[in-house]
Design a protein around this ligand. Sequence first.
Ligand code: 5CA
Length: 439
Amino acid sequence: MRLSAYFLPTLRENPKEAQIVSHRLMLRAGMIQQSSAGIYSWLPLGYKVLRKIEQIVREEQDAAGAQEVLMPTIQSADLWRESGRYDDYGKEMLRIEDRHGRDMLYGPTNEELITDIFRSHVRSYKALPLMLYHIQWKFRDEVRPRFGVMRGREFLMKDNYSFDTTYEGAVDAYNKMFVAYLKTYARMGLSAIPMKADTGPIGGDLSHEFIVLADTGESGVFYDKAWESQDFANMNVNYADMDEVNAIVERYTSLYAATDEKHVPGEAPVPEANLKERRGIEVGQIFYFGTKYSEPLGAVVSTPEGGDVPVHMGSYGVGVSRLVGAIIEASHDDRGIIWPEQVAPFTVGIANLKTDDEGCTAVCEDLYAKLSAAGIETLIDDRDERPGAKMANLDLIGVPWQVLVGPRGLKSGVVEVKNRKSGAVEEMTPEAALNRFAS
Ligand code: 5CA
């Protein structure tokens, strides 16, 4: 992409309305624009990152055996009356009346709709286990939307729903998702700690929230300080082997961690000296709620022994749009965003430090063409701007690798390759720079 043609409306000043760093940086880097309270448009740079995060989430859901569907944003109130949640959900639900006077709503979550799909088609235990997920916009009319995409009213969520004949089967599904979540966040460069959690309006009695520690987070959490040296690297797992899956869950639940709603002072199995209290960002939550929806909605299957049982269900949410903010909270400095490479909008940024110098322009254009041909996402700053402004811009938008091309270096045949995270700069020939990324 050529910066001269890219729609990247960056801001020089810190926007007053933004209270936390991720919100500030998303606005300054031209990633989003608020359209009304808690509702945002995603501009090219922001949307690119959102799609990368979404794709990692999708790949890990698929790997764990879930199948992708797409349910609508607008739902009929009738289903929610069947489950009893139409009245329970209160003011957070955006209610709409269509032209025929029918009650509709903008879905805040999809337990009812997916259960309806299930009951329309599945009658036998032979079709189970089954996991269906989608990645779709949700609407919750939050009392206090704030912190940009962190607590929006409209937000993108991945929600997966599992169906099993027995409690044991449902726990297997829960544990697979537990592992899929560890892998998902690790692939984005995040350390997300699974914490015992309350179930709120989703219901059920088994739940974990995945929490990224951050002072600006909205959740109060307690945990064993050993978590701070825990390894969150992506791991290989064979989901067909439940012993392997369960061993990972055991390893990551043996250390204490709980949200403040679940934490009982004095009763945590951790020596007082090792108990930490902090704040964090909830980037996902998983629930087992048994037959809470299948019973009222009549989602039953036949069993091998004969007779019908309501299916055991769980649901598993990832805050896809919230993750964009969470990653920035976890990875930035005073110059701007530091994208982990896996979610970066561009891998390499080329800054032509003197656009009216033929030598500089030739080297930049050659590098840009060859990197692009090699499938490396590259942004070239070909604008007529000061070198300092170009470097500040690449730092602000967080491009992980930057190639700085100026006449002084080219005189001795080199360009500068800078790592955004470490700040380390290496001089090398343009060919060596190309080989560094395109090999
Ligand atoms: N149906 C279940 C799981 S599929 C569910 O709705 N779970 S949830 O309420 O915990 O939401 C899932 C995730 O969505 C949360 O962990 C959080 O990361 C994200 N989320 C929830 N509310 C918001 C919001 N207002 N703005 C941005 N993200 C949100």
